[in-house]
Design a protein around this ligand. Structure first.
Ligand SMILES: Cc1cc2nc3c(=O)[nH]c(=O)nc-3n(C[C@H](O)[C@H](O)[C@H](O)COP(=O)(O)O)c2cc1C
Length: 393
């Protein structure tokens, strides 16, 4: 069975507003969130990462029951086996105090590294979805070709020119260009701590310019985007759409833990900054700086998904105990701009801000100085922000 628009799909034909709700593994991007975004004219996404193939398929069916609008499904690429098992053992010893504190054992690290990629792919080929995106690597050309054959648009997450070239060579339809500002994991194809240290990422605007000049593929821009004016900026920088994760975490439809939502929207925030860290999963990911990140980030090894498995029980125990200091609170650099709005309303507000920002790009007409009408436009945008925040947050 194929989705209705099979054969006629391009990336830009999948949405009315160039706003992609990021796939967010671990709960946030549930069918209710993705459906609300797609119904509102954005592009909703499901995250297959960490899920069994059956659970991924169940979410796809739930999403289809809520909307006939297009959506995407995100897959994690298989990872190589741990290169340094001893480093994982050392980290386990360093986490012994956490296990004692939360009263839960550390997880078994001897588990698969492929995130059931082949089985998930088989489902997506058998019952195609409008878009499939890939993170943590580049799919083989045969995979991209097979998905194209069933009418699915393919997107590869990239964080460098070299990764963008690899995605182009594999035949991908589009790139998700992820700047270092982004919340959650960096989608780097190989986590090499010597090359891609947790502080070495490139900012989104620089990356869009670099990749835009090197590779001829549509770009979806991701990282730190929270307002329509920022979306206008990345469109001006060559992107065709913007992918927002953190902005959608606080939505009532999002499946994120309440403590995660509260950490983003608290008017008197406990957590004020973000950092890239391997502390929770063994791969660089940006989260709010809490006790766990501060204490264990400096020595956590590059060992994904072994460290993810190791800390899984600790994170669950911290959440169950209502302790955000032990949870992975993924968030982008724009997190203080979070708004607690229903997802459809957020898409609407972002689209209105985008339109206002693009309108403000016009050169002033005769007699319309920047000090007069130009300011009036900017002022209206600001007023709109204040109104929506005041009335709905
Ligand atoms: C809670 C959370 C989980 C995420 N999980 C995934 C994922 O499963 N797959 C993926 O490709 N990206 C994931 N990301 C990264 C997003 O795709 C996107 O790059 C990022 O959210 C953009 O930055 P922003 O959060 O500042 O908007 C996640 C981001 C967050 C905040």
């Amino acid at each position: 069975m194929a989705f209705e628009s099979r054969g006629a799909t391009t990336l830009t034909g999948l949405y009315r507003h160039p706003i992609v709700q990021a796939p967010m593994a671990g709960g946030p991007s549930c069918p209710a969130l993705a459906a609300a975004v797609s119904e509102a004219g954005g592009l909703g996404s499901l995250a297959a990462g960490y899920k069994t193939p059956a659970a991924m398929y169940e979410e796809i069916k739930q999403l289809r029951a809520r909307t006939a609008a297009p959506f995407g499904v995100n897959l994690f690429m298989p990872q190589p086996p741990a290169t340094d098992p001893a480093a994982v053992e050392v980290y386990a010893e360093q986490l012994a105090g956490e296990a004692a504190w939360y009263g839960t054992p550390l997880g078994d690290t001897d588990r698969p590294c492929d995130d059931a990629y082949d089985a998930k792919l088989a489902i997506l080929l058998d019952d195609p979805v409008p878009l499939v995106s890939f993170t943590f690597g580049c799919p083989a050309p045969a995979v991209v070709e097979a998905l194209a054959g069933v009418g699915t648009v393919t997107v590869v997450t990239v964080t460098s020119v070299a990764e963008a070239r690899a995605a182009h060579a594999a035949g991908a339809d589009a790139l998700c260009v992820q700047g270092t500002e982004a919340g959650g994991h960096q989608g780097t194809h190989h986590d090499d701590p010597h090359l891609d240290g947790t502080g070495a990422g490139v900012g989104l605007l620089t990356l869009l310019a670099e990749i835009g000049e090197a590779v001829d593929l549509p770009m979806i821009a991701a990282g730190g985007l929270m307002r329509g004016a920022q979306i206008a900026a990345v469109l001006a920088a060559g992107a065709v759409a913007a992918q927002l994760g953190t902005a959608f975490v606080p939505c009532p439809e999002s499946g994120a833990h309440d403590l995660h939502k509260r950490a983003l929207t608290d008017p008197e925030p406990v957590f004020t900054g973000t950092e890239l860290t391997r502390a929770f999963s063994g791969r660089p990911a940006r989260g709010l700086v809490n006790r766990f990140l501060r204490e264990h980030g400096p020595y956590a090894p590059a060992a994904y998904p072994q460290v993810h498995y190791l800390t899984s029980g600790l994170r669950k125990a911290a959440a169950a105990a209502g302790d955000p200091q032990g949870m992975n609170l993924w968030a982008g650099q724009g997190h203080r701009l979070s708004r607690e709005l229903p997802a459809a309303r957020l898409v609407e507000v972002l689209a209105a801000e985008l339109a206002a920002a693009r309108g403000a790009d016009r050169p002033p007409a005769r007699g319309e100085g920047y000090g007069t009408a130009g300011h009036a436009t900017a002022g209206q945008g600001g007023e709109q922000n204040r109104t929506t925040r005041g009335s709905e947050s």
